[in-house]
Each structure stands twice: as structure tokens, then as C-alpha cells.
Design a protein around this ligand. Structure first.
Ligand code: FE2
Length: 308
């Protein structure tokens, strides 16, 4: 039985929102398709799948709600292999120390410069996609060696480059596996729960919606809370700021890239001047989320009186 596939199918076919108005025959063929209740009679099988549809009613394949209380480490925009390696090493040490409940990679973990459509006819940095994935795998291997909790990977606009690449008719024939981050970085084998739709993907922790970031301006944190009408946490712009109105808080929480890498030369000097290396923790307790952005000070960061 494959409930995830069934849920996704029901979502895509509008079966969940259309309501439960199908005939027994439709339910039975759906049960057969997903091999559910094959040991039951036709009417029991129809009932079973109808009950499942009711249960899945609020399912959205692009959203994960985290309910387990505890500490979550959130890394956004690491841009491996163009990451700040000292910063990353310090984060690894911190994760090893605090043993969080969960780790959330909030998009652009891998840069995929090689698949960028920006300046696409020039080779600015001669790196192959396979090399980028190899470096990302090394970084994920090290994370796996220090962390053994719940893992989440949400696609950013850089992972979305791989999907765009695959959807180009000239590349389609190579097969999705050649460019797919899930496959190339063995995310399922590594036990990551993956949200791969950059335009929709979000992880809810208590009262905060975590997304990669969809709006890009100087006041992105503010823009997100206004548009989403709730508290939002996002990296994406590489800027570091917190904004609040009378009800919600928006966190725009930096990035993990090496600012000196020429891969970031699309940013002007003043723009890069306000980019900050940063990550964050979120602590879920009794349905409320305490967000703690942690800023790299050029050679270290400090948490709980310890220097990393
Ligand atoms: Fe991004």
C-alpha cells in the first residue's frame, strides 16, 4: 500500500476538494490502482478508500506541519559548493553539541550554478552539475555523521533550476535522474522528507510558516508577513532582518555562502554589503515557536556562552 502516492493522486485529481461524491465503482478502481484492501470485498474496499479520502481532506503535498516539540536547526541558502566552509564547520560542531530534534534545509542548499539560466551562454565558473552534486553529497554526508534526528529538505529557486533544466525539451531525453536533486543527493535514502515544489513548499512549525522566500526586496520580511498574513521565516534574499506588525513577525535570515566566491558576482557591492552569513534555531513548545537567528561574526558565532 502506498498512502503517500494515493494522497498525491487524490490531491492532483481534485478528489479531496471535490467531495466524496464518487460511485462505488470509482472508489474500487482507485483502491485497485493503489493496491489497497485487496483482501476485502468490493463494498468493504470502497468504504475503506472513501474513509481514507475523508481523512486526507486537508492534505496538501506542498506543506508539512511539524508537531514534535523540541529544537530545530534551520539552514537556508548554503549554496554548496560555494559555501562559507568555516561557517559550515562551526554549524556542524553546534549541531553535534546540541543534538536537535530536527534539521531543516530551507532551500538553495546546493547552488547548481552549472544549471543557471543567468548569462547562460557564458561559462563563468567551469563547474559541472555532477561536481556540484558530489560536493553537496560530501556536505550531506558530514551532516549525516553528526546528526541523527528528523530531516527536512525544501527546494529553493536554485534546486528548481534542475526541474527547469529537465523540462527543456533538449534535456528531457537525458532522464530526470540526471538532474534531479532528490536522486542525485540521495535525499530519500538519507531519510529527508522532501518538498520539491519551490513555488508552494512550506513547513509549519507552531505559529511560524517556513518557506524559502518568494518576494525579493529590501523589506522582504515585512512583505512576506503582509502577503501571507502570518509569521514567516525565510532566507532567499541573503539579507538579515526581522520585521513585525501588531500581530506577526517576519524573519529574513541570511545565507551560508562564501561572499567572496565569484559565483555571487551578480550581486553589486552595496547589495553584498548587507548579505549576512546566518542560520537559526526554532524551538517548538506547546504549539508556539521561539525563533533564534544566529549571526556569523566573521570568524565565529556564539550560542549559550559557547563560541563556535
Ligand atoms: Fe534563493
Amino acid at each position: 500500500m502506498e498512502y503517500k502516492q494515493l494522497k498525491d493522486f487524490m490531491w492532483e485529481e481534485n478528489i479531496l476538494s471535490d467531495g466524496i461524491k464518487y460511485t462505488d465503482h470509482t472508489w474500487i478502481s482507485l483502491a485497485n490502482k493503489f493496491r489497497i484492501g485487496l483482501e476485502l470485498t468490493n463494498s468493504q474496499r470502497s468504504d475503506k478508500i472513501r474513509r481514507l479520502a475523508k481523512k486526507f481532506k486537508n492534505y496538501d503535498p506542498n506543506e508539512i506541519t511539524i508537531e514534535k516539540e523540541g529544537l530545530y536547526v534551520i539552514l537556508g541558502c548554503m549554496h554548496v559548493p560555494f559555501h562559507n566552509k568555516k561557517f559550515f564547520d562551526s554549524i556542524l560542531e553546534y549541531i553535534y553539541d546540541v543534538k536537535p530534534q530536527g534539521l531543516i534545509l530551507l532551500g538553495d542548499f546546493v547552488d547548481l550554478h552549472s544549471l543557471s539560466s543567468y548569462d547562460r551562454h557564458k561559462v563563468n565558473i567551469p563547474i559541472t552539475t555532477f561536481k556540484e552534486y558530489a560536493e553537496a553529497n560530501k556536505a550531506l554526508d558530514i551532516l549525516d555523521s553528526v546528526f541523527n534526528g528528523d530531516k527536512y529538505y525544501l527546494f529553493g529557486n536554485h534546486e528548481a533550476r534542475a526541474i527547469k533544466f529537465h523540462n527543456d525539451v533538449a534535456n528531457h531525453r537525458l532522464g530526470k535522474e540526471t538532474s534531479c536533486p532528490i536522486h542525485q543527493m540521495k535525499l530519500i535514502e538519507r531519510n529527508y522528507k522532501v518538498l520539491d515544489n519551490y513555488n508552494e513548499a512550506r513547513i509549519i512549525i507552531g505559529d511560524v510558516l517556513n518557506c524559502h522566500g518568494w518576494y525579493h526586496n529590501k523589506h522582504s520580511a515585512d512583505k512576506h508577513i503582509t502577503q501571507m498574513n502570518r509569521s514567516v521565516f525565510m532566507p532567499h534574499t541573503h539579507r538579515f532582518n526581522v520585521s513585525s506588525d501588531n500581530k506577526y513577525i517576519g524573519y529574513n535570515v541570511g545565507f551560508g555562502g562564501n561572499i567572496k566566491s565569484s559565483v555571487f558576482n551578480y550581486g553589486t557591492k552595496p547589495m553584498k554589503g548587507i548579505w549576512k552569513n546566518s542560520f537559526a534555531t526554532q524551538f517548538l513548545y506547546k504549539g508556539k515557536n521561539s525563533v533564534n537567528p544566529i549571526l556569523w561574526k566573521g570568524s565565529h558565532f556564539s550560542v549559550n556562552d559557547k563560541i563556535y
